[in-house]
Design a protein around this ligand. Structure first.
Ligand SMILES: Nc1ncnc2c1ncn2[C@@H]1O[C@H](COP(=O)(O)OP(=O)(O)OP(=O)(O)O)[C@@H](O)[C@H]1O
Ligand SMILES: [Mg+2]
Length: 165
C-alpha cells in the first residue's frame, strides 16, 4: 500500500495557508467533496490547526463550525450534517488499536470520520485514508500536505486539487 503511494504521481500535494481562515477554507472545500464513508487523518503538532481544518470540513457538510469543539476530553463527538461526521481525537491515548473504544465502527462506516492524532493508532499505516498533515511555517502560516492512501482517496485528492487551480 505504501509502495503504491510513492510510485503514484497524484497521491500528494502541498499548499501554504497564511491564516486560520485559509485553513478552514481548505477544510470546507474538502468537506463539500465528501460522499460518505471517508476517513480523514489529521496529523500535526499541538495547536497547529487540526481542529481548525475540521471546522472547515464541518462547514462543507452544512454544519455550524461553532459545533466543532476540541474533543480532547470526550474523544469522540458525533455531528449530523449533510452526512454524519465523527470527530475523533486520539491525543490522550498512548497505545490505541482499532479494537479499542469501538473505533473500527467509527472509522469504517458510511459516515465521515475526521481523526486528530491519527498516527497514535497502532494500525495507522495500513489504513486507507486521506491524510492532512499540517506543519508550522510561521506565527500564522502553515504548510498543509494532503496525501491519498488507497484508490478512492486518490480520486478525492485529485478533485480537491482541481478545485485549487
Ligand atoms: N494558518 C493557520 N491555520 C490554522 N490555524 C491557525 C493558522 N494561523 C493561526 N492559527 C491558530 O492556530 C490555532 C489552531 O488551533 P487548533 O485547535 O485548530 O489546533 P489543533 O491542531 O487542533 O490543536 P490540538 O493538538 O490541541 O488538538 C488557532 O488558535 C488558530 O487561530
Ligand atoms: Mg484539536
Amino acid at each position: 500500500m505504501e509502495t503504491e503511494v510513492s510510485t503514484h504521481p497524484n497521491t500528494s500535494f502541498v499548499i501554504d495557508s497564511s491564516s486560520s481562515r485559509a485553513t478552514k477554507m481548505w477544510g470546507r472545500r474538502l468537506g463539500s467533496l465528501l460522499e460518505g464513508g471517508e476517513l480523514l487523518a489529521l496529523i500535526g503538532e499541538l495547536g497547529v490547526g487540526k481542529t481548525c481544518f475540521i471546522k472547515g470540513i464541518a462547514l462543507g457538510l452544512n454544519l455550524r463550525e461553532e459545533d466543532i469543539l476540541s474533543p480532547t476530553f470526550t474523544m469522540i463527538q458525533e455531528h449530523r450534517g449533510r452526512l454524519p461526521l465523527f470527530h475523533i481525537d486520539l491525543y490522550r491515548l498512548d497505545r490505541v488499536g482499532l479494537d479499542d473504544l469501538g473505533l473500527r465502527e467509527y472509522l469504517f462506516s458510511e459516515s465521515i470520520a475526521a481523526v486528530e492524532w491519527f498516527e497514535r493508532l497502532q494500525e495507522a499505516s495500513a489504513i486507507d485514508r486521506l491524510s492532512v498533515k499540517i506543519s508550522y511555517t510561521g506565527a500564522n502560516s502553515r504548510r498543509i500536505e494532503f496525501t491519498a492512501v488507497g484508490e478512492r482517496y486518490v480520486s478525492l485528492l485529485m478533485r480537491l486539487r482541481s478545485r485549487s487551480a
